[in-house]
Ligand binder design. Sequence first.
Ligand SMILES: [Zn+2]
Length: 347
Amino acid sequence: MLSPRRVRDAYRWLLSACLLVWAAGLTGCRDATPLPPGPWPVANTRTHTASGPVRVVVTVGMVADMVQAIGGSHVEVDVLCGPGVDPHLFKPTRDHVARLLSSDAVIFAGLHLEGKLHNLLLRLSNQHPVYAVARGLPADRLLGADDQADSEGVVTDLESIAYGQVDPHVWMDVELWAAATEGVAQFLSAYDPAHARQYAENAAAYRAELLELHAEGRALMSQLPPHRRLLVTSHDAFRYFGRAYGLQVEGVQGLSTESEAGLQRINSLVDLLVERQLPAVFIESSISAKNMQALLEGVQSRGQRTTLGGELYADALGPVDSSASHYRGMMRHNFQTIARALGAKTQ
Ligand SMILES: [Zn+2]
């Protein structure tokens, strides 16, 4: 006879297995169910009926910061990708899928940042309130990947957004990220109309705080000597940052961390660093520093001293006990680290 504990374990195993089969159905490439038209989740029609806060599962810390600020005490936020976790490569486990399913609502960044979760989230939206933060952004401010963009990097073919041809690192421009607050407040209000006013007020306050941070970042970056306004980082997460704060940005890896940097790319970057006599390059918290070491060795062999200027936070927040444990602290850390290493006048 099975002990109650064995029965409980068996039951748990069965439940997890069912969840996995269900999730595989959502993500499986042979599944014939078409995705909803366009890149966005289906509009939410359910409302909050349970007592207590709305339990929101979010994918990344940057989204968590916004949802917590807007939702205040009316939401309880659960983050899937913790500090240092790369959302491009994040694969949900049984536990993650269970958390998604048992939530009241799900909010993710969108634009295929969550590459391996994207289809699952879109399909989940057929039966669950799901929202992509990027939904609230003006399309003409999005940067396209390679051939999907015009000469200024702006996406001309909106259809391409649906297929992941847009740079997803939109939070790197604080003003642009601030533009997404209204959509999140509206989504929360649609699900929990009883607190709509509070959500709108909180969103306005958060937006104002972000705009202040944006101005702070611009002021700091404008202190850099013009020839040093060159940011070399591990992967192409800083293109929005470069546009917003006036820096040329070069990533060692491609847009996604799934592609390896080629030797050719490293060599052309070595040329650029030597030509500009750049004092520092940067690594990112969620990306391996391997390629950056190759770059630094290349520069050194040409007789120039370029050092690691520090670690920047690109796709994930800093550790819980650090000042970068929330979005505003993370961006402030980036501004200050770059300013210090590249020699801003006020540093
Ligand atoms: Zn990234």
